[in-house]
Design a protein around this ligand. Structure first.
Ligand SMILES: Cc1ncc(COP(=O)(O)O)c(C=O)c1O
Length: 388
Protein backbone atom coordinates (compact mmCIF):
# COMPACT_ATOMS: atom_id res chain seq x y z
CA UNK A 1 0.00 0.00 0.00
CA UNK A 2 1.34 3.42 -0.88
CA UNK A 3 1.79 5.60 2.18
CA UNK A 4 1.99 9.38 2.23
CA UNK A 5 5.46 10.91 2.16
CA UNK A 6 4.66 12.71 5.43
CA UNK A 7 3.96 9.50 7.35
CA UNK A 8 6.77 7.54 5.69
CA UNK A 9 9.25 10.09 7.00
CA UNK A 10 8.04 9.95 10.61
CA UNK A 11 10.34 7.79 12.78
CA UNK A 12 8.77 5.58 15.47
CA UNK A 13 9.41 6.93 18.97
CA UNK A 14 12.60 5.09 20.12
CA UNK A 15 11.56 5.23 23.76
CA UNK A 16 8.20 3.59 23.11
CA UNK A 17 9.94 1.04 20.84
CA UNK A 18 12.31 0.02 23.67
CA UNK A 19 9.41 -0.31 26.13
CA UNK A 20 7.56 -2.57 23.66
CA UNK A 21 10.72 -4.68 23.11
CA UNK A 22 11.21 -5.15 26.87
CA UNK A 23 7.58 -6.21 27.27
CA UNK A 24 7.96 -8.70 24.43
CA UNK A 25 11.13 -10.25 25.91
CA UNK A 26 9.58 -10.40 29.39
CA UNK A 27 6.50 -12.13 28.01
CA UNK A 28 8.86 -14.76 26.54
CA UNK A 29 10.05 -15.40 30.08
CA UNK A 30 13.36 -13.49 29.85
CA UNK A 31 14.61 -11.72 32.97
CA UNK A 32 15.12 -8.23 31.54
CA UNK A 33 15.71 -5.06 33.55
CA UNK A 34 14.31 -2.17 31.57
CA UNK A 35 15.75 1.32 32.05
CA UNK A 36 13.48 2.72 29.35
CA UNK A 37 10.57 3.90 31.48
CA UNK A 38 9.25 7.33 30.60
CA UNK A 39 6.67 7.33 33.35
CA UNK A 40 6.58 7.15 37.15
CA UNK A 41 6.27 3.60 38.49
CA UNK A 42 3.77 4.85 41.11
CA UNK A 43 0.01 4.55 40.78
CA UNK A 44 -2.31 7.52 40.31
CA UNK A 45 -3.34 8.75 43.81
CA UNK A 46 -6.71 7.44 45.02
CA UNK A 47 -8.47 10.80 45.38
CA UNK A 48 -7.85 11.47 41.67
CA UNK A 49 -9.21 8.06 40.65
CA UNK A 50 -12.24 8.59 42.88
CA UNK A 51 -13.02 11.93 41.24
CA UNK A 52 -13.01 10.28 37.82
CA UNK A 53 -15.16 7.38 39.06
CA UNK A 54 -17.62 9.84 40.55
CA UNK A 55 -17.71 11.73 37.25
CA UNK A 56 -18.52 8.48 35.42
CA UNK A 57 -21.22 7.62 37.94
CA UNK A 58 -22.72 11.07 37.49
CA UNK A 59 -22.97 10.53 33.74
CA UNK A 60 -20.06 12.76 32.74
CA UNK A 61 -19.52 10.60 29.69
CA UNK A 62 -20.37 13.04 26.90
CA UNK A 63 -18.43 15.62 24.88
CA UNK A 64 -17.10 18.69 26.62
CA UNK A 65 -16.02 21.92 24.87
CA UNK A 66 -13.19 21.07 22.43
CA UNK A 67 -10.44 22.80 24.43
CA UNK A 68 -11.58 21.39 27.80
CA UNK A 69 -14.10 22.42 30.45
CA UNK A 70 -14.01 25.90 31.94
CA UNK A 71 -13.73 24.29 35.40
CA UNK A 72 -10.51 22.51 34.39
CA UNK A 73 -9.09 25.60 32.67
CA UNK A 74 -9.74 27.54 35.87
CA UNK A 75 -7.99 24.83 37.90
CA UNK A 76 -4.99 25.08 35.54
CA UNK A 77 -4.92 28.89 35.97
CA UNK A 78 -5.06 28.45 39.74
CA UNK A 79 -2.16 26.00 39.74
CA UNK A 80 -0.07 28.25 37.50
CA UNK A 81 -0.87 31.19 39.78
CA UNK A 82 0.36 29.19 42.78
CA UNK A 83 3.38 27.57 41.14
CA UNK A 84 4.57 30.36 38.81
CA UNK A 85 3.02 33.52 40.31
CA UNK A 86 1.63 34.23 36.84
CA UNK A 87 -1.92 35.30 36.17
CA UNK A 88 -3.80 33.70 33.27
CA UNK A 89 -7.47 33.37 32.30
CA UNK A 90 -9.27 30.35 30.84
CA UNK A 91 -8.95 31.94 27.36
CA UNK A 92 -5.17 31.48 27.72
CA UNK A 93 -5.55 27.71 28.18
CA UNK A 94 -6.20 24.70 25.95
CA UNK A 95 -6.55 21.19 27.39
CA UNK A 96 -5.35 18.45 25.03
CA UNK A 97 -4.84 14.67 25.06
CA UNK A 98 -1.48 14.89 26.83
CA UNK A 99 1.28 17.50 26.73
CA UNK A 100 2.51 15.79 23.56
CA UNK A 101 -0.78 16.62 21.86
CA UNK A 102 -0.61 20.24 23.07
CA UNK A 103 2.91 20.50 21.65
CA UNK A 104 1.77 19.00 18.35
CA UNK A 105 -1.11 21.47 18.08
CA UNK A 106 1.20 24.33 19.00
CA UNK A 107 3.86 23.48 16.40
CA UNK A 108 1.22 23.13 13.69
CA UNK A 109 -0.33 26.43 14.71
CA UNK A 110 2.89 28.47 14.92
CA UNK A 111 5.16 27.04 12.23
CA UNK A 112 5.12 26.25 8.53
CA UNK A 113 7.36 25.61 5.53
CA UNK A 114 10.49 27.73 5.70
CA UNK A 115 10.37 28.39 9.45
CA UNK A 116 13.31 27.46 11.65
CA UNK A 117 12.92 26.32 15.23
CA UNK A 118 15.92 26.20 17.55
CA UNK A 119 16.14 22.88 19.31
CA UNK A 120 18.91 22.27 21.87
CA UNK A 121 20.43 18.81 21.47
CA UNK A 122 20.18 16.37 23.21
CA UNK A 123 16.41 16.84 22.90
CA UNK A 124 13.24 14.96 23.71
CA UNK A 125 12.67 12.54 20.83
CA UNK A 126 9.39 14.03 19.62
CA UNK A 127 10.41 17.67 19.05
CA UNK A 128 12.18 17.25 15.67
CA UNK A 129 9.47 15.08 14.03
CA UNK A 130 6.76 17.45 15.26
CA UNK A 131 8.57 20.50 13.86
CA UNK A 132 9.05 18.67 10.56
CA UNK A 133 5.41 17.55 10.38
CA UNK A 134 4.51 21.25 10.65
CA UNK A 135 6.83 21.87 7.65
CA UNK A 136 9.46 23.65 9.74
CA UNK A 137 13.15 22.90 10.10
CA UNK A 138 14.72 22.08 13.47
CA UNK A 139 18.01 23.92 13.98
CA UNK A 140 20.00 21.86 16.46
CA UNK A 141 22.47 23.32 18.90
CA UNK A 142 24.89 20.82 20.39
CA UNK A 143 25.03 21.27 24.16
CA UNK A 144 27.13 18.20 24.95
CA UNK A 145 30.27 20.37 25.23
CA UNK A 146 28.59 23.02 27.41
CA UNK A 147 27.38 20.81 30.26
CA UNK A 148 24.08 20.14 28.44
CA UNK A 149 23.25 23.84 28.81
CA UNK A 150 22.11 25.99 25.93
CA UNK A 151 24.06 29.25 26.06
CA UNK A 152 22.80 32.60 24.79
CA UNK A 153 25.89 32.95 22.56
CA UNK A 154 25.02 29.69 20.84
CA UNK A 155 21.44 30.85 20.36
CA UNK A 156 22.58 34.16 18.89
CA UNK A 157 24.84 32.37 16.43
CA UNK A 158 21.99 30.08 15.34
CA UNK A 159 19.42 32.84 14.73
CA UNK A 160 18.63 33.61 11.09
CA UNK A 161 15.88 35.66 9.49
CA UNK A 162 13.84 32.44 9.36
CA UNK A 163 14.00 31.67 13.09
CA UNK A 164 10.48 31.59 14.52
CA UNK A 165 10.74 29.50 17.65
CA UNK A 166 12.94 28.03 20.34
CA UNK A 167 12.38 25.06 22.63
CA UNK A 168 13.20 25.32 26.32
CA UNK A 169 12.77 22.05 28.20
CA UNK A 170 13.80 22.49 31.82
CA UNK A 171 14.21 20.12 33.60
CA UNK A 172 15.16 18.28 30.44
CA UNK A 173 14.37 14.88 29.11
CA UNK A 174 16.88 13.23 28.55
CA UNK A 175 19.63 15.17 30.37
CA UNK A 176 17.93 16.36 33.58
CA UNK A 177 19.50 19.79 32.98
CA UNK A 178 17.83 22.75 34.68
CA UNK A 179 18.16 26.37 33.51
CA UNK A 180 18.61 29.12 36.06
CA UNK A 181 17.21 32.65 35.90
CA UNK A 182 20.34 34.30 34.48
CA UNK A 183 20.72 31.79 31.68
CA UNK A 184 17.10 32.17 30.66
CA UNK A 185 17.15 35.95 30.89
CA UNK A 186 19.98 36.07 28.35
CA UNK A 187 18.12 33.76 25.96
CA UNK A 188 14.79 35.55 26.45
CA UNK A 189 16.37 38.90 25.58
CA UNK A 190 17.34 37.49 22.19
CA UNK A 191 13.85 36.08 21.67
CA UNK A 192 12.25 39.47 22.28
CA UNK A 193 14.79 41.22 20.03
CA UNK A 194 14.28 38.77 17.14
CA UNK A 195 10.56 38.06 17.65
CA UNK A 196 11.07 34.38 18.46
CA UNK A 197 8.29 32.38 20.15
CA UNK A 198 9.40 30.43 23.23
CA UNK A 199 8.02 26.95 23.77
CA UNK A 200 8.63 26.18 27.44
CA UNK A 201 8.01 22.50 28.06
CA UNK A 202 7.72 22.33 31.86
CA UNK A 203 6.33 18.81 32.16
CA UNK A 204 9.01 17.85 34.76
CA UNK A 205 8.66 21.07 36.79
CA UNK A 206 7.78 19.24 40.02
CA UNK A 207 10.72 16.85 39.85
CA UNK A 208 13.70 18.96 40.88
CA UNK A 209 16.50 17.91 43.23
CA UNK A 210 19.10 19.37 45.60
CA UNK A 211 16.78 22.26 46.46
CA UNK A 212 17.42 23.75 43.03
CA UNK A 213 14.74 26.15 41.89
CA UNK A 214 12.49 26.03 38.89
CA UNK A 215 12.42 29.19 36.80
CA UNK A 216 10.14 29.94 33.86
CA UNK A 217 10.99 32.58 31.23
CA UNK A 218 7.46 34.01 31.25
CA UNK A 219 8.12 35.42 34.73
CA UNK A 220 10.89 37.70 33.40
CA UNK A 221 8.57 40.40 32.00
CA UNK A 222 5.16 40.80 30.34
CA UNK A 223 7.03 41.21 27.04
CA UNK A 224 8.63 37.77 27.41
CA UNK A 225 5.38 36.25 28.73
CA UNK A 226 3.65 37.42 25.53
CA UNK A 227 6.06 35.25 23.50
CA UNK A 228 5.97 32.22 25.83
CA UNK A 229 3.84 29.12 25.56
CA UNK A 230 3.93 27.01 28.70
CA UNK A 231 3.45 23.29 28.15
CA UNK A 232 2.33 21.43 31.23
CA UNK A 233 0.34 18.36 32.23
CA UNK A 234 -0.42 15.78 34.86
CA UNK A 235 1.36 12.72 33.40
CA UNK A 236 4.62 12.93 35.33
CA UNK A 237 3.63 14.98 38.40
CA UNK A 238 0.62 12.86 39.40
CA UNK A 239 1.51 9.53 37.75
CA UNK A 240 -1.30 9.99 35.23
CA UNK A 241 0.40 9.08 31.93
CA UNK A 242 -2.52 6.92 30.78
CA UNK A 243 -5.14 9.58 31.45
CA UNK A 244 -3.89 11.64 28.52
CA UNK A 245 -4.31 15.17 29.81
CA UNK A 246 -1.88 17.99 29.08
CA UNK A 247 -2.23 21.68 28.35
CA UNK A 248 -0.77 24.76 26.76
CA UNK A 249 -0.97 28.23 28.28
CA UNK A 250 -0.27 31.37 26.27
CA UNK A 251 -1.51 34.01 23.86
CA UNK A 252 -5.32 33.66 23.51
CA UNK A 253 -5.33 34.08 19.69
CA UNK A 254 -2.89 31.19 19.33
CA UNK A 255 -4.89 29.14 21.86
CA UNK A 256 -8.05 29.80 19.84
CA UNK A 257 -6.34 28.65 16.63
CA UNK A 258 -5.00 25.53 18.38
CA UNK A 259 -8.55 24.80 19.53
CA UNK A 260 -9.79 25.03 15.92
CA UNK A 261 -7.12 22.51 14.93
CA UNK A 262 -8.04 20.22 17.82
CA UNK A 263 -11.73 20.49 16.83
CA UNK A 264 -10.86 18.81 13.53
CA UNK A 265 -8.79 15.99 15.03
CA UNK A 266 -9.49 14.63 18.52
CA UNK A 267 -12.19 17.02 19.80
CA UNK A 268 -12.12 17.24 23.60
CA UNK A 269 -9.78 15.18 25.77
CA UNK A 270 -11.58 12.41 27.70
CA UNK A 271 -14.34 13.91 29.84
CA UNK A 272 -13.81 11.93 33.06
CA UNK A 273 -10.01 12.32 32.77
CA UNK A 274 -10.63 16.07 32.88
CA UNK A 275 -12.59 15.61 36.12
CA UNK A 276 -9.77 13.56 37.65
CA UNK A 277 -7.31 16.28 36.61
CA UNK A 278 -9.27 18.95 38.52
CA UNK A 279 -8.90 16.77 41.64
CA UNK A 280 -5.17 16.38 40.93
CA UNK A 281 -4.54 20.11 40.49
CA UNK A 282 -6.76 21.36 43.31
CA UNK A 283 -6.32 18.55 45.85
CA UNK A 284 -3.66 17.78 48.45
CA UNK A 285 -0.17 18.17 46.92
CA UNK A 286 1.80 16.45 49.70
CA UNK A 287 2.15 13.19 47.77
CA UNK A 288 3.88 15.07 44.93
CA UNK A 289 6.62 16.19 47.33
CA UNK A 290 6.82 12.75 48.93
CA UNK A 291 7.35 11.09 45.57
CA UNK A 292 9.85 13.73 44.51
CA UNK A 293 11.86 12.75 47.61
CA UNK A 294 11.78 9.11 46.53
CA UNK A 295 13.00 10.07 43.06
CA UNK A 296 15.82 12.10 44.59
CA UNK A 297 17.01 9.08 46.57
CA UNK A 298 16.94 6.97 43.43
CA UNK A 299 18.75 9.70 41.51
CA UNK A 300 21.54 9.69 44.11
CA UNK A 301 21.79 5.92 43.91
CA UNK A 302 21.87 5.65 40.11
CA UNK A 303 24.40 8.48 39.80
CA UNK A 304 26.75 6.67 42.23
CA UNK A 305 26.32 3.39 40.40
CA UNK A 306 26.96 4.92 36.96
CA UNK A 307 29.99 6.86 38.18
CA UNK A 308 31.37 3.57 39.45
CA UNK A 309 31.52 2.12 35.92
CA UNK A 310 34.72 2.96 34.03
CA UNK A 311 34.22 4.63 30.64
CA UNK A 312 30.94 6.39 31.41
CA UNK A 313 30.74 10.10 32.09
CA UNK A 314 27.67 11.61 33.65
CA UNK A 315 26.45 15.10 34.37
CA UNK A 316 24.33 14.71 37.50
CA UNK A 317 20.71 15.42 36.55
CA UNK A 318 19.05 18.19 38.57
CA UNK A 319 15.56 17.19 37.58
CA UNK A 320 13.23 14.76 35.76
CA UNK A 321 13.90 11.00 36.17
CA UNK A 322 16.59 10.27 33.61
CA UNK A 323 20.36 10.01 33.46
CA UNK A 324 22.16 10.50 30.16
CA UNK A 325 25.71 9.19 30.48
CA UNK A 326 28.30 9.53 27.76
CA UNK A 327 29.88 6.29 26.54
CA UNK A 328 33.04 8.10 25.45
CA UNK A 329 35.33 5.53 27.09
CA UNK A 330 33.61 2.69 25.22
CA UNK A 331 33.39 4.29 21.76
CA UNK A 332 36.41 2.39 20.42
CA UNK A 333 34.77 -0.88 21.38
CA UNK A 334 31.18 -0.17 20.30
CA UNK A 335 31.27 2.79 17.92
CA UNK A 336 27.81 4.04 18.86
CA UNK A 337 25.23 4.06 21.65
CA UNK A 338 22.96 1.79 19.60
CA UNK A 339 25.62 -0.88 19.43
CA UNK A 340 26.23 -0.57 23.15
CA UNK A 341 22.48 -0.89 23.80
CA UNK A 342 22.34 -4.05 21.67
CA UNK A 343 25.32 -5.46 23.54
CA UNK A 344 23.74 -4.74 26.92
CA UNK A 345 20.42 -6.28 25.97
CA UNK A 346 22.11 -9.45 24.76
CA UNK A 347 24.84 -9.80 27.38
CA UNK A 348 23.46 -8.11 30.51
CA UNK A 349 19.72 -8.53 29.84
CA UNK A 350 19.38 -4.82 30.47
CA UNK A 351 17.45 -2.48 28.19
CA UNK A 352 18.64 1.12 27.81
CA UNK A 353 17.60 3.75 25.27
CA UNK A 354 20.42 4.65 22.87
CA UNK A 355 21.06 8.37 22.43
CA UNK A 356 20.61 8.53 18.65
CA UNK A 357 16.88 9.34 18.98
CA UNK A 358 17.80 12.18 21.36
CA UNK A 359 20.42 13.60 19.01
CA UNK A 360 23.60 11.97 20.37
CA UNK A 361 25.21 8.72 19.33
CA UNK A 362 27.70 8.94 22.20
CA UNK A 363 25.14 8.87 25.04
CA UNK A 364 22.37 6.63 26.25
CA UNK A 365 19.42 7.18 28.55
CA UNK A 366 18.71 5.32 31.76
CA UNK A 367 15.49 6.13 33.56
CA UNK A 368 15.34 5.87 37.33
CA UNK A 369 11.56 5.58 37.51
CA UNK A 370 12.01 2.12 39.02
CA UNK A 371 12.80 0.46 42.35
CA UNK A 372 16.18 0.92 44.04
CA UNK A 373 16.62 -2.85 43.89
CA UNK A 374 16.20 -2.89 40.10
CA UNK A 375 18.56 0.10 39.73
CA UNK A 376 21.30 -1.71 41.71
CA UNK A 377 20.79 -5.04 39.94
CA UNK A 378 20.68 -3.41 36.48
CA UNK A 379 23.82 -1.35 36.95
CA UNK A 380 25.67 -4.32 38.47
CA UNK A 381 24.79 -6.33 35.38
CA UNK A 382 26.00 -3.53 33.09
CA UNK A 383 29.29 -3.22 34.95
CA UNK A 384 29.89 -6.94 34.85
CA UNK A 385 29.00 -7.30 31.15
CA UNK A 386 31.36 -4.47 30.18
CA UNK A 387 34.20 -6.05 32.17
CA UNK A 388 34.04 -9.31 30.28
C1 LIG B 1 9.86 16.50 27.63
C2 LIG B 1 8.52 15.90 27.48
N1 LIG B 1 7.50 16.66 27.03
C3 LIG B 1 6.27 16.17 26.88
C4 LIG B 1 5.98 14.84 27.18
C5 LIG B 1 4.58 14.34 26.93
O1 LIG B 1 3.86 14.06 28.07
P1 LIG B 1 2.32 13.62 28.01
O2 LIG B 1 2.24 12.27 28.62
O3 LIG B 1 1.57 14.65 28.80
O4 LIG B 1 1.89 13.63 26.57
C6 LIG B 1 6.99 14.00 27.62
C7 LIG B 1 6.74 12.58 27.87
O5 LIG B 1 7.60 11.74 27.89
C8 LIG B 1 8.29 14.55 27.80
O6 LIG B 1 9.30 13.80 28.25
Amino acid sequence: MKLSTLVTNIPASPTLTITAKVQELKSQGQDIIGFGAGEPDFDTPDHIKEAAIEALNKGKTKYTPVGGTVALKEAVCERIRTDYALSYKPENVIISCGAKHSLYNLFLTLFEQGDEVICPAPYWVSYPPMIEIAGGTPVFIDTTKTGMKLLADQVEAAISNKTRGIIINSPSNPTGMLFDRQELEAIAELCVKHDIQIISDDIYQKLIYDEAEFFNVATISPEVAEKTFIIQGVSKTYAMTGWRIGYCIGNPDVIKAMTRLQSQSTSNPTTFSQEGTIAALMGDQSLVEERRGIFEKRRNLIVDKINDIPGFELITPQGAFYTFPSIQGHMDRFGSASRLAEFLLENAHVAVVPGEGFGSKTHFRLSFAMSEKAIVEGLDRIKQALNT
